[in-house]
Design a binder for this molecule. Structure first.
Ligand SMILES: [Ca+2]
Ligand SMILES: [Ca+2]
Ligand SMILES: [Ca+2]
Length: 257
């Protein structure tokens, strides 16, 4: 009897400690088996369906949806589940550089170099080769949560570095611009990946600024295409797309505890 008591209190204590540290939110990838499918020059992927994450010691991507609200250190803005595609998104946390006054620490809350911190991996199958422009749907509330890098098959080409958002603050917003010396807010048609062979490829993203909120991305061969609203529908090649997450109202606030 005593042993049962000790074991059960151990579990309760452990559960409490895990919850306090927000480890509950560090869930495994929602699906490790999905391969997304490019159709007619368009690939559409929900950010939350990455299959792997690495280099996550300093910063890590957390899935946010109604049933999973990560608490992992500093994060000053409210969840933005409302009007996110699939009612879920990723945020790279903690977010210790919120404004320009917070210290910029390379390798901790910022990485101008791609492929160094908080790497996300997605599997995709392509029927068509060529140049694909990358668009990402992001939610930015400040000037220090609006940059990311994109890569392909273990490489980080110059055309995938420093994706930048300036417009569309405080709402989900599609963008495809590269921050350059000349234009800090980013230049269009400079963010692209060249798919040289048909078949399976790996699309990757890595941290540039902490607190970045990442809903969905597309790759499109059509230069003039601008995704609107929630963006096009996701198509999978293999694996099963889980059911959508629960919708929330515009005034949704997490419970205080
Ligand atoms: Ca945040
Ligand atoms: Ca930040
Ligand atoms: Ca999403």
């Amino acid at each position: 009897m005593k042993r049962i008591y000790i074991i059960s209190s151990l579990f309760i204590g452990l559960g409490f400690a895990l919850d306090l540290q927000g480890i509950r939110a560090q869930e495994a990838p929602l699906s490790s088996t999905i391969v997304f499918q490019e159709i007619e020059g368009l690939l559409v992927v929900e950010a939350e369906y990455f299959y792997k994450q690495t280099h996550d010691e300093e910063r890590k991507w957390y899935v946010t949806h109604k049933g999973n609200l990560p608490k992992v250190g500093r994060d000053e803005d409210a969840p933005h589940i409302f009007e996110s595609s699939n009612n879920a998104y990723l945020e790279v946390l903690p977010d210790t550089r919120v404004t320009h006054d917070d210290k910029l620490i390379h390798g901790e809350n910022f990485s101008n170099e791609p492929g160094k911190m908080a790497l996300l991996y997605y599997k995709a199958n392509f029927k068509h080769t060529g140049r694909y422009y990358v668009w990402v749907r992001a939610f930015s509330t400040g000037g220090e949560d609006n940059g990311i890098h994109v890569g392909l098959d273990g490489t980080w080409p110059a055309s995938g570095q420093r994706m930048q958002w300036c417009e569309g603050k405080h709402k989900w917003h599609w963008e495809s611009k590269q921050r350059t010396e000349a234009v800090h807010c980013g230049e269009p048609w400079k963010i692209y990946l060249d798919i040289e062979t048909p078949g399976d490829h790996e699309i990757m993203f890595s941290l540039r600024e902490d607190g970045f909120e990442f809903d969905k991305f597309i790759l499109t061969k059509e230069k003039a295409f601008v995704p609107q609203g929630l963006g096009p529908k996701v198509i999978v090649n293999s694996g099963k797309l889980p059911p959508s997450f629960e919708k929330v109202a515009e005034d949704f606030k997490p419970k205080q505890n």
